[in-house]
Design a protein around this ligand. Structure first.
Ligand SMILES: O=C(O)CCC(=O)C(=O)O
Length: 291
């Protein structure tokens, strides 16, 4: 039997354990993306940063293949010429990053977005836009354009993708921009491949009308954004003399992740099963560009 004092202590702990306010959770569903502000203290970010930088220096490049690349440039571009370093699946390749403070916090936040649902880590990804790289662009897209179709899981696509800012993210160094509310239709917009052919590049570009509102998500170091699987988003180049380093972890329901793996999809860019397999229209557009 808990004493009144113990009940109070539990209640206080429960309040402290909540990372998301109800207003922030509502904003996630209303806009498709929400900025949480500073969520990890300086000591925790600094500890992660050490392993982040080791991993992003390319120490596992040989085994990683296409998982260590610059998505804004053709495969095979020399490392020194990259504008955005893209390290896929660091949890898989770099054990010191496993179970770090950000992985733990991200899991807690994902559970608060979808209470009572088993949300599991689907993939992680580190992105470093180098200073002064105006072409370090992430073309506007919906994440679903890269993933298996909603029909794989009876139209249940529940996802929360969390991005930790290792550097202050501003308009100048290429923070995320997004079209608020664009997720509500839960429909894939037409996308076309960015590069001349599928062999040359992985990225795709969504249609965005001239009159659609585009919002910036500026975030301080240690701050976090959450976005869903349908919101149209991307980020411009880095015009500043600073890096823009981010650490992305995506959570999807256990059922979705199981279905993805069964289909042979692991978010590895080395997979045989890739976005063009799932999106025949994009594959057709790519094939037309190759002609
Ligand atoms: O952070 C960015 O610049 C874009 C990343 C992105 O598109 C994503 O995490 O889905």
């Amino acid at each position: 039997m808990l004493s009144a004092w113990s009940w109070l202590a539990c209640a206080v702990a429960a309040v402290r354990a909540a990372h998301l306010t109800p207003a922030q959770r509502d904003a996630f569903f209303e806009n498709g993306l929400v900025v949480l502000g500073k969520m990890l203290d300086e000591a925790a970010v600094a500890a992660i940063e050490v392993e982040y930088d080791r991993f992003m220096s390319g120490i596992h490049a040989e085994v990683m293949g296409k998982n260590f690349t610059d998505m804004s440039k053709p495969f095979g571009t020399p490392f020194d010429e990259w504008s955005v370093i893209n390290g896929m699946l660091p949890h898989r390749y770099h054990p010191p990053l496993r179970n770090n403070a950000w992985e733990r916090l991200a899991a807690e936040i994902a559970a608060e977005v979808f209470p009572g649902v088993e949300m599991v880590q689907d993939y992680d990804q580190l992105l470093d836009k180098r200073p002064g790289k105006g072409d370090a662009v992430f073309a506007m897209h919906q994440d679903m354009a890269y993933w298996p179709p909603a029909s794989l899981t009876a139209n249940d696509t529940r996802t929360v993708t969390l991005t930790l800012a290792i550097d202050d993210e501003t308009a100048e160094n290429g923070c995320i921009r997004y079209v608020p509310g664009s997720q509500k239709e839960k429909k894939l917009r037409p996308h076309r491949p960015l590069a001349k052919s599928r062999e040359e590049g992985h990225a795709v570009v969504a249609e965005v009308a001239d009159d659609e509102e585009i919002r910036l998500a500026e975030v301080p170091r240690g701050g976090v954004t959450l976005h869903d699987e349908w919101v149209v988003h991307g980020s411009p180049g880095n015009q500043s003399p600073r890096h823009r380093r981010t650490y992305v972890i995506a959570f999807r329901t256990r059922a979705i992740v199981d279905a993805e793996r069964k289909a042979g999809f692991t978010h590895s860019h080395n997979d045989d099963v890739n976005w063009d397999v799932f999106n025949p229209e994009i594959a057709a557009a790519a094939a037309r560009t190759e002609l």
